[in-house]
Design a protein around this ligand. Structure first.
Ligand code: SF4
Length: 277
């Protein structure tokens, strides 16, 4: 399974692949009931860019959470540890990035020693995770910059910055884009942020929360403001799960989708039958 930023998270029950859907899911989610058709008609067309009404958010998230199961947070890690872990997770598998992170941490007792060792030594330690030269150079540059900015290798000063300043500070580093910055703020700092990976972008676009299937700085800000603050974490995580499990790039499993009544995607059978009928 591809990784996004999920090492912070564990699920209370394992991922449910579409072929193991229960009869309850099938009966509840096949879009041929009058109630569902009424809901689709009432919601159609989904207003471009949302927002969902507060009551709708509740049912939208409820449907997703009922389907994908409860999501639990793991203990928070040090913010700099989290940032390095997120950088290592880019464009690789969960298992490989975890190996790379463990190798790095066991090779260097402190970030200070990693900085002193230099990018080539860091690269050796993280090779298993792929893109090791690029990631090592990025990590080393960040360590140097933190030393210059704060006199020590820490990201704790983020906690004393207002959200906007912390966001812009993270984005000022080479190689840190809006997704990584949002992950750090949400997962490590517990701040308001809504990371958009490829799954979130795809599902959010299909249900009308984003005008395009993109993940720009503006998209991150749009979803951060659109989704109620206390639901950022759960909504982000369930959209990632939904994109992996059902709402895949091609041939999504729309028949079993718990949020198909909000969907505008052409694959959605409920949408198709509504348009035809
Ligand atoms: S109905 Fe299909 S396309 Fe729409 S959100 Fe569900 S799985 Fe994705």
């Amino acid at each position: 399974m591809r990784r996004s930023f999920d090492s912070e998270i564990s699920m209370s029950r394992p991922f449910l692949p579409p072929l193991q859907l229960t009869n309850r899911h099938r009966l509840d989610l096949v879009p041929n009931s009058t109630a569902q058709t009424t809901r689709i008609k009432a919601a159609s067309p989904m207003p471009q860019n949302g927002p969902l009404e507060p009551g709708e958010w509740k049912s939208f998230l409820h449907e997703l959470r009922s389907f994908h199961g409860k999501i639990e947070r793991r203990t928070k890690r040090d913010t700099l540890d989290s940032l390095v872990e997120i950088i290592l997770s880019q464009s690789t598998l969960d298992s490989l990035s975890e190996q790379a992170y463990r190798s790095l941490k066991s090779s260097f007792p402190s970030w200070e020693s990693a900085m002193q060792a230099g990018p080539s030594k860091i690269e050796e330690r993280i090779r298993v995770g792929g893109l090791s030269r690029q990631k090592a150079s990025r990590i080393h540059r960040i360590l140097l910059d933190l030393k210059i900015h704060f006199g020590e290798l820490t990201l704790r000063p983020l906690d004393d910055m207002d959200r906007k300043t912390a966001w812009e500070y993270l984005l000022s580093f080479d190689g840190i884009g809006p997704k990584t910055a949002a992950c750090v703020l949400l997962f490590a700092c517990g701040r308001s942020a809504f990371p958009i990976d490829t799954h979130v972008s795809r599902v959010a676009y299909r249900v009308g929360l984003l005008p395009k299937q993109t993940a720009t700085v503006q998209d991150h800000e749009r979803l951060r403001l659109l989704v109620p603050r206390h639901q950022h974490y759960v909504c982000h995580r369930t959209l990632v799960l939904h994109g992996r499990a059902l709402c895949r790039p091609s041939q999504p499993e729309c028949t079993y989708c718990p949020i198909q009544s909000w969907c505008r995607h052409s694959h959605c059978p409920a949408r198709r039958s509504l348009l035809q009928g």
